[in-house]
Design a protein around this ligand. Structure first.
Ligand SMILES: NC(=O)c1ccc[n+]([C@@H]2O[C@H](COP(=O)([O-])OP(=O)(O)OC[C@H]3O[C@@H](n4cnc5c(N)ncnc54)[C@H](O)[C@@H]3O)[C@@H](O)[C@H]2O)c1
Length: 341
């Protein structure tokens, strides 16, 4: 492949793999760095047979480690590498923290070397358990710096700090998006996210696990809308941060009932104790995204869930039923080493 211009860290993950599809479809050359800790090379396997294959390279690398010296010049860096599911990021909290901090630093160093623009995939978790509702970008958050979620929340906060520090000190072009819950095909069964948990449990006829009384709210954004927002932000003229998420708020119980209806499942709903520091309400104020990016979500929760359920239905039963399959962070789940898909 000639010079890959767009780097996607975490490109084998849920969001990253969809982003690669969109970048390649619009003609970009794409390089992925991924350690396969929570991602899956199979999310990118279709590219091997696609007309885009000559413009796509996949390399196995932990972004918290020094980056390979032989990377070609980069024009854009989408920094998505980081486990996103609480089950994963809490299992290896040190590595999670280092991925967001050292990984961000390495991305910014690479950007400075090449004069590239960096987009950081930050998160609504920087708002912690919010005391302000809905959450606007001006809200500074309510995060427990020593709690079990801190490796993720505080890691992402430091990553934002590093981006702005680089921008001020080195004039680097940075873009920060704060993503709220996103869902869609290529979520992995058993990785602990509420949408994939409910769908897999419903399809298997098992009880749907609701933590607390289910009255806590989340807003769910379909992956196509999220990726559209990432592309618009990268091409925009502002640093951000910008919230990207669906402002339609649902209780977790409502989501469980909708999944039951759309799957036609007779599963029961089973309640478990609420984990510590679990946010009670989550809804983005997306006025800035509307104003600066002309972005707002287009896909309704019902339509998006139908697509996601169809994806899980066609998955081989062995995969959909294997809650453990993706549970071991840092053990590569694909044998892909450096190389071109
Ligand atoms: N999906 C969401 O709802 C959501 C919400 C907020 C923020 N985000 C952020 O978006 C990004 C992508 O999320 P996702 O849902 O696709 O998660 P994911 O776990 O599916 O993908 C993350 C990818 O990063 C890779 N990775 C993890 N640590 C790495 C490291 N040290 N070096 C190289 N690769 C590494 C994983 O193998 C995986 O392929 C993450 O940074 C996450 O924090 C996602």
């Amino acid at each position: 492949m000639t010079a890959p211009l767009v780097l996607v860290t975490g490109g084998a993950g849920f969001l990253g793999s969809h982003l690669c599809d969109r970048l390649l479809a619009r003609g970009d050359a794409v390089l992925v760095l991924d350690d396969f800790s929570t991602g899956d090379a199979s999310h990118l396997a279709h590219l091997a047979a696609s007309p885009h294959r000559d413009r796509f390279t996949l390399r196995q690398h932990d972004i918290a480690q020094p980056w390979p010296a032989d990377l070609p010049p980069l024009r854009r860096i989408y920094n998505l590498a980081c486990p996103a599911s609480p089950a994963h990021y809490q299992r290896h909290p040190v590595q999670t923290t280092l991925t967001s901090t050292l990984g961000m630093w390495h991305a910014l160093e690479a950007a400075r070397r090449d004069g590239a623009r960096v987009l950081q995939a930050s998160t609504s978790e920087v708002y912690g358990d919010p005391e302000e509702h809905p959450q606007a970008e001006s809200y500074r958050g309510h995060v427990n710096p020593i709690g079990p979620r801190a490796c993720y929340d505080e890691g992402k906060r430091v990553a934002e700090t590093l981006c702005m520090a680089w921008h001020r000190e080195h004039g680097s072009e940075v873009r920060i998006v704060r993503l709220f819950n996103s869902y869609g095909p290529r979520l992995r069964p058993g990785d602990g996210r509420v949408v994939s948990n409910f769908i897999v449990q419903a399809l298997r006829g098992e009880p749907l696990t609701v933590y607390g009384d289910g009255s806590q709210t989340r807003s769910f954004c379909y992956v196509d809308d999220t990726v559209d927002g990432l592309l618009r932000m990268m091409d925009s003229a502002i640093e951000g941060p910008i919230n990207l998420g669906n402002p339609v708020e649902h209780t977790v119980l409502e989501l469980a009932e909708l999944v039951l209806r759309l799957t036609g499942s007779r599963s029961a709903i089973e309640r478990r104790p609420l984990p510590p520091d679990d946010p009670k309400r989550r809804r983005p104020d997306i006025s800035r995204a509307g104003h600066h990016l002309q972005w707002s979500p287009r896909v309704s929760l019902e339509d998006g869930l139908r697509e996601t359920i169809a994806y899980f239905r066609q998955m081989p039963a062995a995969d959909a039923g294997s809650a453990q399959r993706f549970s071991t962070m840092n053990e590569p789940i694909a044998s892909t080493s450096s190389g071109v898909l």
